[in-house]
Write a protein that binds this ligand. Structure first.
Ligand code: HEC
Ligand code: HEC
Ligand code: HEC
Length: 268
């Protein structure tokens, strides 16, 4: 995710350069913009799984029925009015042990990402900069907001790098072992290319999360890998864990009229 502080830092540096009067005017302007934004942002946004990577705007799927309810404490989605809202068919998932006879859907990643729609045309257009197949780790001069230490990618313990996942020719696609393109909306195919057993578990509903109908033949939504895992930081340094810790929800409230839960304690 882009670091939102960066534009402000640039702004501060420039303000210093321009001198105090300009800075005062600029600060007033910024405050005006920010308060305007605050008004425009009367809408509520919460997140489904990975914070800053699975945002959902609270709307109504029909009158009086919100699409989601968000936790007041953490901002996480606690309840779905319509778990299929915004989803698309998972598409072709040729995999052994496919237990889902029902309709499988996923949430496309497009809306959560800033760059992929443009990166294959605006910056890497196939001719400029020249397509680079060099997959030797080197210090990057761009994208450091997403991959802060490219020389020590926090995924794969030194055995993989950018172009094992990103297509060198078509930058807004991933790549599989055969060199074929994988869409940004189907990260499970990318991850599954290296994490076969996990992929199988995921499809079967043992790993990750799915919501929807109970019946085995019913419609279900699978959460895709990148809704939970940050592909550039699965190890998280010393924490050494594939999953960013979540803030726990508040404990459940006692039923009305009850002052404590002492009756639950074992007798001594
Ligand atoms: C293990 C596979 C993998 C590796 C290795 C990898 N990426 Fe990614 N990258 C992804 C996936 C998956 C996404 C889409 C993330 C999502 O859907 O949230 C992504 C997204 C991106 C984006 C777009 C992010 C956005 O918000 O628009 C950029 C830019 C990027 N990667 C750059 C890099 C660079 C540079 C490297 C190497 C230093 C790298 N990636 C290494 C899998 C990988
Ligand atoms: C090109 C091969 C490759 C791809 C593609 C790939 N990974 Fe990995 N991944 C690895 C390797 C290698 C490791 C390190 C395994 C180890 O240390 O035992 C790893 C480790 C992990 C870990 C465990 C982190 C840890 O150290 O405990 C997670 C979680 C993970 N990957 C998730 C993903 C997700 C999600 C995707 C898709 C966005 C993905 N991987 C795509 C090769 C890959
Ligand atoms: C709903 C969230 C969620 C989804 C979706 C999800 N994972 Fe995970 N995954 C987790 C959690 C939680 C862990 C445990 C992390 C830990 O131990 O710190 C984990 C662990 C892993 C590990 C490390 C396993 C190990 O044995 O150490 C890998 C690899 C992995 N996931 C890959 C994937 C792939 C590939 C997908 C998609 C096909 C995926 N995950 C989808 C939440 C998810």
């Amino acid at each position: 995710m882009p670091d939102t502080r960066e534009p402000l830092n640039v702004f501060a540096e420039r303000a210093e350069y321009w001198g105090l009067p300009v800075m005062t005017a600029a600060v007033a302007m910024l405050l005006a913009i920010l308060s305007g934004q605050a008004q425009a942002q009367a809408r509520e946004i919460c997140f489904e799984s990975r914070e800053n990577a699975s945002a959902v705007v609270v709307t109504e799927v029909e009158e009086g029925l919100p699409n989601v309810k968000c936790s007041e404490k953490t901002g996480g989605v606690l309840w779905w009015g319509d778990p299929y809202d915004g989803t698309v068919p998972m598409g072709d998932m040729p995999i052994e042990a496919d237990y889902s006879q029902g309709e499988a859907v996923v949430m496309p990643r497009d809306s959560q990402l800033n760059l992929p729609p443009a990166c294959g045309t605006a910056c890497h257009n196939g001719t400029f900069p020249p397509p680079n197949n060099d997959n030797t780790p080197r210090q990057l001069t761009i994208h450091m907001d997403m991959v802060p230490d490219a020389l020590n990618l926090q995924h794969g313990r030194g055995s993989i790098w950018c172009l094992d996942c990103h297509n060198p020719e078509v930058r807004n696609k991933f790549i599989d072992h055969a060199g074929d393109e994988i869409d940004f909306n189907q990260p499970q195919k990318l991850c599954g290319a290296c994490h076969g057993p996990l992929y199988k578990d995921w499809r079967a509903g043992i790993h990750g999360k799915r919501i929807g109908e109970w019946a085995s033949t019913g419609k279900k939504r699978w959460f895709v890998c990148t809704e939970c895992h940050n592909p550039h930081d699965v190890q998280q340094g010393e924490r050494n864990s594939g999953f960013a810790q979540l803030v726990p929800e508040a404990p459940p409230q006692l039923p009305r009229g009850m002052k404590n839960a002492d009756h639950e304690r074992p007798p001594h």
